[in-house]
Design a protein around this ligand. Structure first.
Ligand code: GLU
Length: 484
């Protein structure tokens, strides 16, 4: 069997769409599950859409995600160059072969003529399609026009009145009528190939064995198959991945939420969570296991587990997975990940002590769903002074007077604790013992204490807060509540 080789072939047009990451990951999983190679190829033939720096940012995001390419423009390999604009002479050679075989033809139509044609088709409610005006020009006519310097494109000569049968690994056989296919452009008037042409030539020359791409490319599939046939080349296996829908059933779009991987990274989603989440956008392991590392996915990954029904992008599931991976980190790792968010909000400085940050992270880790939330979860712990509505101190039917009295009692319990005993467990044991001995209701004391330390409706327990704040700050906050 030939070596398994898959590729990711992005156009460098800006940030990486989460759907494209899914295509890349599925290619990577499949390649690695069969001990194959995974290749990066930059499809930059549409230079109008190219964005500067896009390739570097792609490489950066893939290294963050944990995908290692075996070949690509950044590391080279035996099938290079891996950037299409560096392969232009190759496409010239192959288009010549198609022209010679009569499988492609010169088209000299002006853009005015094409605009006119399209407008008429629109008026007649016909599908937009080239009307094959130049399909049967004679050799002499063509030579004459070229000699006169007329601009031209080269189009694929789709056979007339036949059926084109293609095979998708997930969908099986699909039949297209050739009348529905456009004689689309293979080489543009500037001599540069279109995606449709360069992609096929490169997949062949790079010995790609399987293609994983989004199902928006299904419509191109018969035209791709015809090109393979024209060249007499064997086709790779095609796997068109199911559409990704949002929870409401619509297409994923910027208007309804984030669509770029960079957005998710900035919000503090971990690569482990994103990989795990994307794996389920069109695949399911036989054993129904939900939490899977990249390595485990690769071990379990196969075409059998994949389907064609649309995958649902469920943000709650991503949050759940992210929370899981956040809880797997040790405190130092998580602090390092959270620091940029705390710095950004001005809650810490480069000089802040690690131990103080660690304590804060320790008590937040359990509830944290994404790293950026660390700031809103913990801001009150870093501030010297907190502002809150005193009414919030009141628990159930207590009066403000009762609350203050209770806080004073707790103050004297806490005041007696030695600095060296100032731990969560110790504080908890002491306060509970006091409440039990004096036959008090826990809520009457713990709620006001917790609010006096956080100023928040929801927060970690008062013992955790006191532990992070330290004795001095804790007593100061309780005192302030009593005096409020
Ligand atoms: N350059 C195409 C894209 O950006 C690649 C599609 C394919 O994988 O064939 O989507």
């Amino acid at each position: 069997m030939n070596k398994v080789r898959l590729r990711f072939a992005p156009s460098p047009t800006g940030f990486l769409h989460i759907g494209n990451l899914r295509s890349a990951l599925f290619g990577y999983f499949l390649a690695k599950s069969m001990d194959g190679d995974f290749i990066l190829r930059i499809e930059d033939t549409d230079q109008k859409r190219e964005v500067e720096g896009a390739v570097d940012s792609l490489l950066n995001i893939f290294s963050w995600i944990g995908i290692d390419f075996d070949e690509g423009p950044h590391i080279s390999g035996n099938y290079g160059p891996y950037t299409q604009t560096e392969r232009l002479d190759i496409y010239q050679k192959y288009i010549k072969e198609l022209l010679d075989k009569g499988e492609a033809y010169y088209c000299f139509c002006s853009s005015e003529r094409l605009d006119d044609m399209r407008q008429k088709q629109q008026e007649n409610k016909e599908a937009p399609k080239y009307d094959r005006h130049c399909r049967d020009l004679s050799k002499e006519e063509i030579e004459e026009k070229i000699k006169n310097g007329e601009k031209f494109v080269i189009r694929q000569k789709i056979p007339m009145n036949c059926c084109v049968e293609v095979y998708d690994e997930l969908r099986g056989k699909i039949i297209f009528k050739s009348e529905d296919l456009d004689d689309h452009v293979l080489i543009k008037s500037n001599g540069v190939p279109t995606y449709q042409f360069a992609n096929i030539v490169d997949d062949h020359l790079m010995e790609i064995s399987h293609v994983t791409r989004g199902d928006e490319w299904l419509a191109s599939f018969p035209k791709n198959a015809l090109l393979y046939k024209s060249f007499g080349w064997e086709m790779p296996k095609y796997i068109h991945l199911p559409l990704i829908l949002n929870k409401g059933g619509g297409k994923l779009s910027k208007r309804q939420g984030d669509v770029f991987v960079e957005d998710y990274r900035n919000k503090g989603y971990l690569p482990e969570a994103i990989v795990n989440f994307c794996a389920f956008l069109g695949w399911h392991p036989k054993d129904d296991q939900e939490i899977l590392s990249m390595k485990e996915i690769i071990e379990k990954f196969s075409l059998d587990g994949m389907g064609v029904s649309p995958a649902v992008f469920d943000l709650e599931k991503l949050d759940y997975l992210n929370g899981h991976y956040i809880r797997q980190k040790n405190v130092k790792e998580l602090s390092d990940l959270c620091k940029p968010y705390l710095l950004k909000e001005g809650l810490i400085t480069e000089k802040s002590k690690d131990e103080d940050i660690y304590k804060t992270i320790e008590i937040s880790q359990e509830r944290l769903k994404k790293l950026e939330d660390i700031a809103s979860f913990t801001h009150y712990l870093f501030m010297d002074d907190i502002v809150y509505d005193v009414e919030l101190l009141i628990w159930k039917s207590l009066t403000l007077g009762d609350v203050k009295k209770n806080l004073l009692e707790i103050y004297s319990v806490l005041d007696k604790v030695k600095e060296s005993d100032w731990t969560k467990e110790c504080l908890e044991n002491l306060v509970f013992a006091y409440l039990k001995e004096s036959d008090k209701k826990n809520g009457d004391y713990l709620w006001p204490l917790r609010v006096s330390l956080s100023g928040q409706k929801n927060s970690p327990s008062p013992f955790e807060l006191a532990y992070v704040l330290g004795k001095e700050k804790t007593l100061k906050r309780v005192e302030k509540a009593v005096q409020s």
